[in-house]
Every structure is written in C-alpha cells, then in structure tokens.
Ligand binder design. Structure first.
Ligand code: DX5
Ligand code: ZN
Length: 217
C-alpha cells in the first residue's frame, strides 16, 4: 500500500496556476488539495469559488477542497458546482455536523471532517461511521509553511483505533508541515492521505518530491 499524495495549491505560484496544475497532473499525486480561508474561521484569506473553477478546468486529479470557513453549509452546493470531489468542513465550525455531512454526500461528493490540533478525536465517536475522510490538522490552520505538531502521531493512533472499533471506513488525512521527516511515520501509524504544500512547491523539483512522498512505504 502507498499513501495518497495531495499537493496543496496554497503554496503554488498563483500567477502561474495553470502550469502548477499541469505539473500536478503530470506527477504521481492522487489529489489536488485546495484551501479555502475566509478570514473569520482562520486569520487569513486564500481563494474562493472562481479560483476553484479555474483550477478545475485544468485539473486531471480530483479536487480535495478544505473549507476553513464559518457557516460552510451556505456554500456546499457552490463548491460542488465549482468542481470539488471531496468537501471537508471543520468540526469547530459545524454545530449541525451530521446534517452538513449528509448534505455533502447528497451532492455526490466525498464528505470530510477536519479537526484543529486541540480538538480531541473522541468528538468523532458519533459521526465517524458517516464520514469518508477525517482530516487531522498537524498545524494551526491558516497558513502554509508551519512546523509539524508532534502530538499528531498520537491522534492518528487514537483515530485509527476508533475507526477499527466502530467498523468505520473513513480515511485519515494529515494536513500541515508534512515532509519526508514525518511522512513515513504518519503512514505507518495509519494516515492514508498526506497533504503537502511548501515541502512540494519550495523544492527544486516538485514532481520528484511528490514521487518521493508517494514511495515512502
Ligand atoms: C493550512 C492548510 C494547509 C497548508 C499546508 O491551513 O490547511 O493545507 O496548505 O501547507 P504546508 O504543507 O506548507 O504546511
Ligand atoms: Zn488544507
């Protein structure tokens, strides 16, 4: 088994987005991770629907859309129309998470739930069987290029245990500070999808970096 690699376009050159997407298309990556920040849920603003549509026009890999926004329910349909294959919402932004997850699935998308670094995995107990993806933030959301929080390994182990015990099918995704230093250990403890922004796009040869991440096993 190999991990699924999801380069995060947040770290790409926005003025050359088409070339960046073509690089990803041409690489061994499995998904394209798209970070949506609203300046309210997180202290940064990234990109919105028109950019997702523009990415979709060139993308040959499914778009893994990570919504770091308040009131995501209001925009789920719009992100599906813009081209999202996976839609991940934050548990901290969803008072009616069960309903939100059902809405995402009703749109024909894979449904993900993201947890901030301080949010315990135990909060997923009554929703784990309904979600396709659990995204564990391994940095505080809002910015690329931050350093990986070591407690993430323990969270992956707890989450893996919860998934096995409940017979759930959710895939574990890790987002923030992923590099060759932690990728293998994350995969070994049970993470399947690895998001990587700066590590890929700041490297000399991003395609080769993606290949190295993909082949850590
Ligand atoms: C952070 C975003 C991440 C970010 C990761 O809030 O959710 O997806 O792009 O970037 P790196 O890999 O540089 O930490
Ligand atoms: Zn993200």
């Amino acid at each position: 088994m190999m991990p699924l690699i999801a380069p995060s376009v947040l770290a790409a050159d926005f003025a050359n987005l088409q070339a960046e997407i073509e690089m990803i298309n041409d690489s061994e990556s499995d998904l394209i991770h798209v970070d949506i920040m609203d300046g309210v849920f997180v202290p940064n603003i990234s990109m919105g629907l028109p950019v997702v549509e523009a990415i979709r026009k060139h993308a040959k890999k499914p778009l893994d859309v990570h919504l770091m926004i308040v009131n995501p329910d209001q925009y789920l349909g719009a992100f599906q129309k813009a081209g999202a294959a996976h839609i991940t919402v934050h548990i901290e932004a969803c008072p009616h998470l069960h309903r939100t997850i059902q809405t995402i699935k009703g749109l024909g998308c894979r449904a993900g739930v993201a947890l901030n670094p301080h949010t315990p995995v135990s909060q997923l107990e009554d929703i784990i069987r309904d979600v396709d993806i659990v995204l564990l933030m391994s940095v505080n959301p809002g910015f690329g290029g931050q350093s990986f929080i070591e407690n993430t390994y323990a969270k992956v182990e707890k989450l893996k245990k919860l998934i096995v015990e409940t017979g759930a099918h959710a895939k574990i995704e890790i987002d923030g500070g992923v590099s060759m230093e932690n990728a293998k250990k994350l995969f070994d403890v049970g993470a399947l999808i690895l998001v990587a922004g700066n590590f890929v796009f700041s490297s000399k040869n991003p395609k080769e970096t993606i290949k190295r991440l993909k082949n850590i096993g």
